[in-house]
Design a protein around this ligand. Structure first.
Ligand SMILES: *[C@@H]1O[C@H](CO)[C@@H](O)[C@H](O)[C@H]1NC(C)=O
Ligand SMILES: *[C@@H]1O[C@H](CO)[C@@H](O)[C@H](O)[C@H]1NC(C)=O
Ligand SMILES: *[C@@H]1O[C@H](CO)[C@@H](O)[C@H](O)[C@H]1NC(C)=O
Ligand SMILES: *[C@@H]1O[C@H](CO)[C@@H](O)[C@H](O)[C@H]1NC(C)=O
Ligand SMILES: *[C@@H]1O[C@H](CO)[C@@H](O)[C@H](O)[C@H]1NC(C)=O
Ligand SMILES: *[C@@H]1O[C@H](CO)[C@@H](O)[C@H](O)[C@H]1NC(C)=O
Ligand SMILES: *[C@@H]1O[C@H](CO)[C@@H](O)[C@H](O)[C@H]1NC(C)=O
Ligand SMILES: *[C@@H]1O[C@H](CO)[C@@H](O)[C@H](O)[C@H]1NC(C)=O
Ligand SMILES: *[C@@H]1O[C@H](CO)[C@@H](O)[C@H](O)[C@H]1NC(C)=O
Ligand SMILES: [Fe+2]
Length: 532
């Protein structure tokens, strides 16, 4: 019986999902023989970097060996037929089956009709009693139906709305629901579906044993806050898929170590494959790839350069950041810049892709949030200040192209004592010492092994920021370093993600976790200890 169920599940998988994955394979498969060879993959990957002045050239002898190795490894990792030097559709199908078996669940991306896929949560400005949820269906619900979430056995139903957008003939439907009136620090199992126009008759209801979320507990009940943080992921090609698998494994390893939310610092799906084209299938695959995590903890995003296609239409429509769902008066630009206040952290999400110069709306927002934080710090309400954006303010990667970010914003982040700034864009890992204006600062408080920054500053403006670049979540690593600047504490080029532990008001810890760690690999680690 079980055997029969499995057979029918697999039959279902292979027939339903073929179209999305087939489209993806067709995109790479230049001669349409159903086989993806190294050269075809190379040309496909190169499309993502068209805008870079010096695109990776298949004939440039120096980097060629490295690129060949990377492609060889991709084929080796994904290929189930060890005697073939190419990938075929079923290699990709197996990958998705694997991903979902890690969560011990029916693959949520294999649905039809009105079955919810691409489920993802996000915080609003009220992390204690609200939550935002969104999902996609392939079919349009009839006009009398509205999407719902049912989050307890009795009356708990929230009703939402439906939208879509018109890029690349995309014709699926995005449903989004604002949930209010939740209990702080509570865990909810939920179901998703559709309700009739009387707001009483539920017409469709779908469940999944893994669909649960938690609201943030009040500060006095908060143990510690844990966050996944990374940038530059993408899906099957590049290796975002591999990194996501390692995140899911980490998530399932120990319930006490499960993060409260994710922070993705831009370059999300890599659906854009040229100056103007964006392939919606890649967005769909990506959103299903993250769903095992994003259906359980809020997935918060900053914007990267790879979201820019069609004036950011996909990013603007698919994501629901607090600046879009319930903006404050300074969050004037939809998903692009916003504040997220948690028990221990004042987060500031910036868009390095939009104007931040004096007089811009983003700059006005930033100054306003920093002033609010100053008051809260002085009232002992919120200890940590973390800034996130896509292009790094500090990077010793040769290809860094962050424009006037440092000139425009460094004075502000120093003035207000940003503890940590987290960036992506460069496909590498790099951590700085405490740094101001390119100088390694506050040396007396930085341990000689470079792991602990402990200071007893009595005012936040006496400290120095530490910068992290974590563009290692899957996008193709093809970087080169400049000679190590003094402020560059640790740097490497390996796939992986970050895990931030805000233990309490005085201890913040960070771990770099490599997706494919070998015995000789060291994973970076550091801690900031400060008075509050
Ligand atoms: C594996 O790859 C080899 C080499 O291309 C091919 O001859 C063989 O048929 C493949 N086997 C399967 C099961 O696809
Ligand atoms: C159903 O709920 C929506 C808002 O959620 C409201 O606009 C609409 O008027 C309600 N319809 C009925 C029949 O109560
Ligand atoms: C792009 O979107 C922004 C809103 O996010 C809008 O103000 C602007 O006019 C749009 N630009 C174009 C060229 O459509
Ligand atoms: C921005 O304005 C401030 C004063 O408000 C000034 O000190 C600073 O130099 C200006 N920055 C730039 C890059 O013009
Ligand atoms: C940075 O250090 C250099 C010497 O290493 C010094 O000349 C310069 O004044 C310092 N800059 C700042 C802003 O402290
Ligand atoms: C900071 O204060 C703590 C507790 O008062 C003390 O143990 C620690 O040595 C101090 N650290 C520095 C760097 O002064
Ligand atoms: C630091 O903040 C204090 C109190 O707000 C202020 O008096 C002082 O001028 C600031 N120092 C610097 C260097 O900004
Ligand atoms: C804060 O967390 C650190 C690390 O877990 C711990 O050593 C320290 O005792 C905690 N401080 C307080 C005040 O709980
Ligand atoms: C790690 O990489 C090696 C060599 O590229 C490969 O054999 C191994 O399967 C990989 N492991 C994981 C967990 O990806
Ligand atoms: Fe990137």
């Amino acid at each position: 019986m079980l055997f029969l169920t499995l057979i029918s599940l697999f039959g279902f998988i292979l027939t339903i999902q073929t179209s999305d994955l087939q489209k993806y394979v067709d995109l790479i498969d230049l001669n349409n023989d159903g086989k993806l060879f190294k050269d075809e993959i190379f040309i496909f990957l190169n499309k993502f970097y068209e805008e870079i002045q010096d695109p990776i050239s298949i004939t440039s002898s120096g980097s060629m060996k490295i690129q060949e190795n990377i492609l060889y490894n991709i084929i080796k990792r994904y290929n189930r037929n060890s005697s073939a030097d190419y990938l075929i559709l079923s290699d990709f199908e197996n990958l998705f089956v694997d991903l979902y078996s890690l969560q011990n669940q029916k693959p949520t991306f294999l649905f039809n009709g009105l079955e919810p896929e691409q489920v993802h949560l996000s915080y609003t400005h009220d992390i204690y009693t609200e939550m935002y949820i969104s999902f996609v269906t392939r079919e349009k619900p009839s006009s009398n139906l509205r999407p719902i979430i049912k989050y307890c056995d009795k009356q708990c139903i929230a009703i939402g709305d439906t939208t879509t957008y018109n890029v690349d003939d995309w014709h699926y439907w995005i449903h989004f629901i604002y949930i209010k009136g939740l209990e702080p620090g509570a865990e909810y199992n939920y179901k998703l579906g559709f309700i009739d126009s009387d707001n009483i008759t539920i017409k469709h209801l779908f469940s999944n044993e893994k669909w649960t979320f938690k609201t943030m507990p009040p500060v006095e009940r908060q143990q510690k806050e844990i966050v996944y943080i990374y940038g530059d992921m993408g899906t099957i090609m590049p290796l975002g898929f591999e990194v996501m698998k390692s995140i899911i494994k980490d998530f399932n390893r120990d319930k006490n170590e499960q993060p409260n939310y994710v922070v993705h610092v831009g370059d999300i799906a890599y659906a854009g494959t040229g100056h103007a084209e964006e392939v919606q299938t890649i967005w769909d695959l990506f959103m299903n790839q993250i769903a095992p995590i994003s259906s359980q903890i809020p997935y918060m995003t900053a914007t990267g350069n790879h979201e820019k296609y069609y004036n950011y239409t996909s990013y603007k429509t698919r994501f629901f950041m607090p600046s879009k769902t319930n903006p404050t008066s300074f969050e004037t630009d939809g998903n692009f810049f916003f504040s997220l206040e948690t028990n221990f952290v004042q987060w500031i999400f910036l868009s390095t892709e939009h104007d931040y110069s004096n007089g811009s709306s983003q700059r006005t927002f930033l100054e306003n949030i920093l002033q609010q934080y100053e008051r809260k710090w002085q009232n002992k309400e919120r200890p940590w200040l973390i800034l996130v954006g896509h292009r790094p303010m500090y990077s010793s990667d040769q290809a860094t192209d962050s424009g006037r970010l440092q000139q425009e914003l460094e004075p502000l982040i120093i003035k207000y004592g940003v503890d940590l700034a987290v960036w992506g864009h460069m496909h590498c890992y790099e951590r700085t010492t405490p740094v101001k204006y390119n100088n390694f600062t506050d040396r007396d408080h930085f341990s000689s092994d470079g792991k602990i920054y402990q200071h007893n500053a009595t005012n936040f403006n006496q400290t120095s920021p530490i910068h992290l670049t974590i563009g290692t979540a899957g996008a193709w690593i093809h970087e080169n370093w400049i000679p190590t600047p003094e402020w560059s504490q640790t740097r490497y080029q390996k796939y992986g993600f970050g895990k931030l532990y805000i233990h309490n008001t005085t201890h913040l810890e960070f771990k770099s976790i490599l997706s494919n760690r070998t015995a000789s690999d060291e994973e970076d680690y550091f801690m900031i200890i400060r008075q509050f």
